[in-house]
Design a binder for this molecule. Structure first.
Ligand code: DOR
Ligand code: ZN
Length: 342
């Protein structure tokens, strides 16, 4: 049994710089023909010039079609948005609420301050990619996405109904519902949120223990939420598409007293997505989700004749990679899907 699909598109990817970039970039380039690269570097990528030089840097490491997201800040200017709109390598702006996740120290604290920028983006049809979580300490961490939708996103969509919004890495029933009921809102879905619920953050080898390798943001939610995400991802609705949010951190930063958020799926994202779709008898829907729907949303060319083949074969996920001791998501486990060729 094998699955022959058009070369996939990763709508949300962290590639970093330095040794980590050299380790992970070729892996994603082997899996995906097009990727959207996240700008939460240190310092963040807040200008078109910086995004283009980072893109050139990545091209030196591995060949792939890199589409760059620029970090929206309270200092972003309308003129910069005009420049971004004209540049074919810039895909849109990424909204990080202040301190919501890794590298969000330059994020937005007062959303109203960037409304004039949303107005410009709406006019110029520049997409907004949203990390949808509030960070107030009185909001339970498992409710951060739901409250963001209620308190922040609903108002943005009402004020800017034509703004093209991607709610990134959705994790909740409420997010699926919001996407379904708002015309200009779509969503990316990670492989890890299709494969684990929040119990996995507190389980190691079937024992109850803290598992930092399953900790990411937005944090995984309940089994009910996971089932609703799977239903959305496999529904054939083009509003839901793949975005891995592969987020590599060295082992020392994950197994730490201050453990970073992020699951690394860049090595084996296709195998993971295939595993999730297969579990639910929906392999026939995988190609649209991986290769068509995201590109349609962003207006990217759909490859006509470049394929990748996944075989129904055992694949043992390595425990650690490279000098960074990078631990892949579901390390040490065996999947039944493996890339076997083009
Ligand atoms: O888990 C996460 N890790 N979520 C994000 O939003 C950022 C990412 C990272 O950059 O490590
Ligand atoms: Zn991310």
């Amino acid at each position: 049994m094998s699955l022959h699909i058009l070369q996939p598109f990763d709508a949300h990817l962290h590639l970093r710089t330095g040794n980590m970039a050299e380790l992970v970039t070729p892996m994603s380039a082997a899996q995906f023909a097009d990727v959207i690269v996240m700008p939460n570097l240190n310092p963040p990528i807040t200008t078109v010039d910086h995004a283009i030089s980072y893109r050139n840097y990545l091209l030196e490491i591995a060949k792939c079609n890199y589409h760059m997201a620029i970090y929206l800040t309270e200092s972003t200017t309308v003129e910069e948005i005009q420049l971004a709109a004209k540049n074919p390598f810039i895909i849109g702006y990424k909204l990080y609420p202040l301190n919501a996740t890794t590298g969000s120290q330059s994020g937005i604290s007062d959303i109203k301050k960037v409304y004039p920028l949303f107005e410009k983006m709406e006019k110029l049809k520049v997409p907004l990619l949203v990390h949808g979580e509030v960070t107030r300490s009185d909001v339970d961490i498992f409710d951060r996405e739901k409250v963001f939708i209620e308190e922040i996103l609903t108002d943005i969509v009402q004020k800017f109904p034509k703004l093209r919004i991607t709610l990134e890495h959705i994790t909740t029933a409420e997010a699926v519902e919001f996407v379904l009921s708002n015309e200009n809102v779509v969503a990316s879905i990670t492989a890890h949120h299709l494969l684990i619920n929040r119990n996995a953050i507190f389980t190691v080898d079937e024992k109850t223990a803290l598992n930092p390798h399953n900790f990411c943001l937005p944090v995984a939610k309940t089994e009910r939420d996971r089932n609703i995400l799977i239903k959305a991802a496999t529904s054939g609705n083009p509003k839901f598409f793949a975005g891995t949010d592969s987020a590599p951190h060295p082992l020392s930063r994950k197994e730490s007293s201050c453990g970073c958020a992020g699951c690394f799926t860049g090595l084996h994202a296709l195998e993971l997505y295939a595993t999730a779709f297969y579990q639910f008898g929906k392999l026939a829907k995988l190609e649209d989700f991986l290769s068509i729907f995201g590109r349609l949303h962003y207006g990217l060319e759909i490859p006509s004749n470049d394929y990748i083949t996944l075989g129904y074969e055992k694949y043992l996920i390595p425990e650690k990679l490279g000098e960074e001791n990078l631990v892949p998501f579901m390390y040490g486990q065996i999947l039944n899907w493996k890339i076997i060729g083009e």
